[in-house]
Design a protein around this ligand. Structure first.
Ligand code: C5P
Length: 232
């Protein structure tokens, strides 16, 4: 699995994302499209960005009964995205259904990764609201193993967890890690961060980077710096 930098395109409209992508005349970065942009602009935004030559991680975090997720994934696969995701909390049958739905007639399919516990969920929330009483790091690792056993390709996790995920699930199990900041940059609302170089050392396969690139004075230079630090 090739290491890459994925730019989180957390923009509210098509115009904003296209203005941003227009800045890139040489590279075609891998981009992440999330719920806000997808729900605002619909599947056409995926087709348009794809037609411009970008790889796409469609971050919609599906979670429903297996049959519904299978059918929804079939639609996303038809959009020709390169990576998509779901909540491991949907359990094994849902994850297997998702894989089935994603697999195209020629046997190819987008990379499918799982969200374990959201980083907005802490131990207290998990115990109080979800009635899960085990330590959260064990819960995260258990969900990662369940995703692997269901046949998924990897998980979204903090770069701080990437090494442990690889130890538990093998080095080919993909880790996609947000929470990346330049050593001299603003941390913003991220609590646990790593630089691109540290994320590389600890074994992240893909880093998801938003504001350090999208809000930079020179986004193309920031992207190149990120790639240089992460991929070398
Ligand atoms: O701007 P920033 O680099 O913080 O963007 C990180 C991206 O990764 C955002 O799209 C955010 O929603 C996403 N993300 C995250 N932490 C998670 C899961 C996803 O920051 N645990």
């Amino acid at each position: 699995m090739g290491k890459d930098v994925i730019i989180a395109c957390d923009f509210a409209s098509k115009q904003d994302v296209m203005n941003f992508l227009d800045l890139f005349s040489e590279e075609k970065p891998f981009v992440k499209i999330g719920m806000e942009l997808f729900y605002a602009e619909g599947p056409a935004i995926v087709r348009e960005i794809k037609a411009r030559g970008h790889k796409i991680f469609l971050d919609l975090k599906l979670h429903d009964i297996p049959n519904t997720v299978k059918k929804a994934m079939k639609v996303l696969s038809g959009l020709d995205v390169d990576m998509t995701n779901l909540h491991a909390a949907g359990a094994t049958a849902m994850m297997q259904g998702a894989l089935e739905g994603l697999t195209r007639a020629d046997g190819t399919r987008p990379i499918l990764i799982a969200v374990t516990q959201l980083t907005s969920t802490d131990q207290e929330t998990m115990e109080r609201d979800l009635l899960i009483r085990e330590p959260i790091d064990q819960v995260v690792m258990h969900y990662a193993k369940t995703a692997k056993n269901a046949g998924l390709d990897g998980v979204v996790c903090s770069p701080l967890e990437a090494g442990k995920v690889h130890d538990a699930c093998g080095k080919n199990f993909v880790t996609v890690t947000p929470g990346v900041r330049f050593a001299d940059g603003d941390v913003g609302d991220q609590k646990r961060v790593m630089t691109p170089a540290e994320a590389n050392r600890i074994g992240s396969d893909y880093i998801v980077v938003g504001r350090p690139i999208t809000a930079a004075a020179d986004p193309v230079a920031a992207y190149r710096r990120c790639v240089a630090e992460f991929v070398g």
